[in-house]
Design a protein around this ligand. Sequence first.
Ligand SMILES: Nc1nc2c(c(=O)[nH]1)N[C@H]1C(S)=C(S)[C@@H](COP(=O)(O)O)O[C@H]1N2
Ligand SMILES: [Mo]
Length: 522
Amino acid sequence: MTDQRVGSASSWALAGALSALAGLAVSYLAADLVGGDEAPVAAVAERVIRLTPGGLSERAIRAVGHADKPLLVVGIVVVVTLLSALVGVAARRRPAEWWLPPAAYAVVAAVGFAAVVAQPAPHLPGVFGVVCGYAAWVLVFALLTGPLQTRAPDLPDAPSAGAAHEGSGASRRQFLIRTGLVAAGTVVATYAGRVVGRRRRQVEAARRALELTGVTPPPADAAYDLDVPHQPPWLTPVGDFYRIDTAIVPPAVDPAGWTLRIHGMVDHPVELTFADLVRRPVTEGWLTLNCVSNEVGGDLIGTAWWSGVRIAPLLQAAGVHPDADGVLQTSADGWTCLTPIEVLTDDRNAMLAFAQNGEPLPIDHGFPVRMLVPGLYGYVSATKWVVDLEVTRFDKAQGYWTDKGWSSRGPVKLASRIDVPRGGAHVSGGEVTVAGTAWQQHTGVRAVEISVDGGAWQQTHLAGVPGVDTWVQWRTTVPLHRGDHQVRVRATSATGEVQTSARAAPAPDGATGWHTVDFHVS
Ligand SMILES: Nc1nc2c(c(=O)[nH]1)N[C@H]1C(S)=C(S)[C@@H](COP(=O)(O)O)O[C@H]1N2
Ligand SMILES: [Mo]
């Protein structure tokens, strides 16, 4: 059998090894770029440590000290590189099986993927890292081995044989050039990943070291949960809190360098440092935050225990001019929103928050300081990484989303959601539990009703709430026979407004309509 591919086995091994290193470097860089704390390789290392029987891992840790994780990371990189080199050699011998390298790399990427999603941390950076790393791996392998397969000596067209022979020298040169470029690119990507990641790691360390006096953990005695299986908890864990922002790289803002300017239509412009801010009296409270782009029944909503400083006294001290009607908030990454001045100065708990569920704000949720205003959608009130408050007028200024056609005012609309049963679920017959949540922050919810299969509206049981600024859980049971069923929900606000059935899309000022769920009883 004639070898149809040029290039020595060692060239193919080199191509395999180098493409693995390039892929790994890209996976680190990609994960860092979207704000990951740990790249896929680290996630695999963590999994390995977790899955290693206790005794064994203890012995290993005793042997190598606390270098166990870095050593494991190096070990994984070495193993992956060697595997990829072997795949390269195998690919040389089986030219027809072009799918072999991508398939083999996919297996390795799948291991990284599984490790990433097994972590409690947000998965996006790791998953992004795996996907980009895999793509880079396959592409680089194709790029490097391209020049190695230009000659096919078995081909009958003789005239090309001489050219092919010359081309072989040229392909060798091509291979070396490409190898050099990829090696250089890998070094650059590795370095860039370290630079991008370093700042975030520094800020993360500063965040962990922060001691915030007056910040308390979420009151544990509060019983706002109906504890219905499969229903999201009333208090949203930080790791499950939805995230919406325009930042590709979440800004890493060091509290030591953070300042907040309050200026514009005020008598006394001020600039506060983080130390100035946390010296002030701390305010705390429960608040449900939701996104204007949430669809009916959607999950862009969460509830947390927030701690911070009330904004009203700060504005009062600055001396707001009587003709001002808005505050333009700006974030460290240049995002803006415009908030009516009355909701920042009335008695609601509008705050500059620095803690979520008793811990310093996560970087992704606005560390070190964000705004929160009960009763308004996030896009007109909840600036993360806030650094600037300009007192102004609605006829002079505009926020980021308003500029793109969303409404300039964004009070939260009355809404309700069915969480149990899920759409398309199969549930067992008899008494079927139907449960969910309802909300209209800073107004409150008085009642939630459901209608089964188009029948009469029936009241549900409402859980307790700490006030009017959060969602409320509701539940009921309905006797249902076998077959397909449909349930819908509507809420009534504390002021007596009944939730409208009129369907509206999220744009420009929030979705409306009754959430409806179809399910099957067996
Ligand atoms: N800096 C900044 N702040 C922002 C945004 C943004 O894009 N950039 N998005 C807003 C929107 S639209 C919402 S719904 C909330 C979401 O906050 P979360 O990511 O903490 O849930 O943040 C708001 N604050
Ligand atoms: Mo939003």
